[in-house]
Design a protein. Sequence first.
Length: 204
Amino acid sequence: MIVIVGRSSSHFTRTTRIFASELAVPYEFRAVLDMATLDRTVYGDNPALKVPVLVDEDGPLFGTENICRALAMRSGQRERVVLRGDVTGRLVANAEELLLHAMSNDVTLIMTAAPGDERPPPHKVRPSLENALAFLEANVGAVRAALPPARLLSFFETALFCLVRHLPFRKLMDTSGYARLQDFCQEFEQRPGAASTAYRFDTA
């Protein structure tokens, strides 16, 4: 049994958990209850003090993309999974880059709003996030059309769903005005992996 260390309120963690669920890879979830702790063992021995982390017989594996790749390999269905970089078209590559950028900006806004942190977020963070979402809104249909039609799962679609649902969950941004992204999310959330990983704040 592998372990995924993370937070039920994290879009990066949710991406990995959806991968595990949709690819039928059994795992134990270990929630990090205190993100202020400096004890690296709480974070699956990640020296960067970040989640998610996958822990298996080979030790810890850091980072969402690495974990999703490992889950795809472990599932025996790698050929049906579309990971970042598998599709070389410029539009897909740009969409994947802007998606990860938006996810990072999301985290920046959360961290700078944390109690005790008096720093304002860098002035470009929110406009940059909004611009990235506008690009994804305008191009989500074309990007999905460029993905292999026989795919079981893609990193882009999974992470995009997690981001769009995360922003209003953390009260960072109302995404209801992004009609194409909302239509996509309503479709994606019918997946069992999405339904079983709804955002919440871990308390135990």
